[in-house]
Ligand binder design. Sequence first.
Ligand code: AP5
Length: 211
Amino acid sequence: MGPPGVGKGTQAARLKSLLGVPHVSTGDILRASMKEKSALGNEVRGFVESGRLVPDGLMGDLIAERLQRDDATAGFILDGFPRTLEQVATLDRVLGRLGRPLDKVLMLTAPESEIVRRLAGRRTCPSCGAVYHLDSKPPAAAGICDACGAALIQRPDDTEAVIRERLRVYHAQTVPVAEAYRTKGILAEVDGTGDLDAVARRLASGLGRAA
Ligand code: AP5
């Protein structure tokens, strides 16, 4: 977990290779459903594009279904869930049913000025989901995805007004989630500043692994 733009998706993609378990990003799942214009996608678009949280009931159903799939039997990396105290309770229920406890909650941190810099310079691939940054992780050819050749875009929720709303929502609704996990003794705060390799090493060491 961590604030918008701190590097959760970027680092989860690397941890996925290290641990050999799926990267379950609720943001990615929601964006895929919006792209497909599925019933879920049409229902959540207004929330996602304005920086508000999708209602807990919808998110609970989505995560329960995802964590029951076969590829999650040996474990998973959750990115972007839970984000409210109600979602913490839902996750406890789902994992209780599956007989799988949460091992660790890693919270990436960075100053707000760095977060805004990262979000303003982020470019994403609408086709394969790869994430770039104009300064810190530019594609080889400007505006083109290295992995699949599609034209890169700026996410609609990466405008200044929506970034401000996402940060407000994070402080109001998600910081209490970190406190709940701190009380349970499974939260580790990880410095998210510095280059991608340095952050990856800190995260791996938070899990007792070498990067
Ligand atoms: P989601 O997609 O989860 O957005 P978020 O939490 O705001 O996080 P981001 O994806 O913006 O950032 P990130 O931390 O993954 O950073 P990244 O690695 O891309 O959710 C979007 C929306 O969906 C929510 O607002 C909500 O509406 C809805 N939603 C999702 N989950 C929900 C839930 N559980 N309940 C209700 N609603 C939900 O990095 C950012 C940039 O920085 C990139 O350009 C990257 O290249 C760069 N970067 C990363 N690390 C570094 C580094 N070390 N140095 C320099 N640059 C770096």
